[in-house]
Design a protein around this ligand. Sequence first.
Ligand SMILES: NC(=O)c1ccc[n+]([C@@H]2O[C@H](COP(=O)([O-])OP(=O)(O)OC[C@H]3O[C@@H](n4cnc5c(N)ncnc54)[C@H](OP(=O)(O)O)[C@@H]3O)[C@@H](O)[C@H]2O)c1
Length: 296
Amino acid sequence: MNKKILVFGANGMLGAYLSKHFTEKGYEVVKTDMFDNEDNNIVGKDITNEKELKVFVYEQNPDFVINCAAYTNVNEAESKPELANTVNAKAPQYMAEISKELQIPFIHISTNEVFGDGAYDEDSREFNPLNNYAKSKRKGEEYIEETGGINYIFRTSWLFGPGAKNFIKFVTDTEATEEKPLTIVKDELGCPTYVGYLTEKIEGAVESKIEPGIYHVCSSDYISRYEFALEILKAQGIEKPIIPVEKNDLPPRPVISPSNQLINTKFEQAPTTHEMLVEYVSEIKKEGEEYSEQNR
Ligand SMILES: NC(=O)c1ccc[n+]([C@@H]2O[C@H](COP(=O)([O-])OP(=O)(O)OC[C@H]3O[C@@H](n4cnc5c(N)ncnc54)[C@H](OP(=O)(O)O)[C@@H]3O)[C@@H](O)[C@H]2O)c1
């Protein structure tokens, strides 16, 4: 019989990709997000409602729970720390508790932002979340660890994928001229990650190929936002004027984000950002072709 996976946040960037992937692989995927979406078979569930969440998981009785839901508006989290905490910390705790009760594995996604500047492997405990979003994500990890059970925590960074408003869209869609070039910071660094690569690693957990624990999933290179932007344009064959600037050259941002690298010591060497972007571009091209085929 096919394994049943319950996905929270199935309408988000990672959740939508992952749900489609597992459905295509033949898994039975139950999709939930904040709001009902009949076209996409998504059941509306507010994960901050403990009772409703636990009853739903209990009734569905899945083989796995995967949490891709999160409060990801980093700027807004500065003025709404309680909401960020309820969604990013308390809700994962409820999921870990009910998963433990049902003796099923729980897969949770966390972030490089639980650390400050530097390089950190999976065993590092030098946490230094610099903003409210990051603090709430670290709290979520803590609550899951305290709850116990069969838990997988995948930390990732600078996630990109189809259909979302993200850095790729910004770099690709923003108009730039020689007089008004695109300006991108060169002193913020990170490891971009394609949702397809993260999904492949999560699949390893679903297929019991890896032990419960903490995993770091991101590209193998550590690059600046400016270098990432150049790679994004190159991968799509787009030419546009773009110049590197320093953070201090731009108006101050409401949040501080770290420059850090997630070191992976558990998987084979990850692809580079360039390799991940090539895969992303070929996938969106394929999707575009399928879409025009269907709407011909
Ligand atoms: N994006 C990145 O660069 C990045 C980097 C590192 C780690 N991560 C982590 O990776 C995971 C996936 O990120 P993502 O970028 O795919 O996130 P996303 O696109 O923002 O998706 C999150 C989903 O969660 C839903 N959600 C929010 N509050 C909810 C609630 N109370 N009840 C039910 N659903 C709720 C959102 O719905 P609404 O849109 O309606 O609010 C959205 O569909 C998250 O855990 C994130 O922290 C992301």
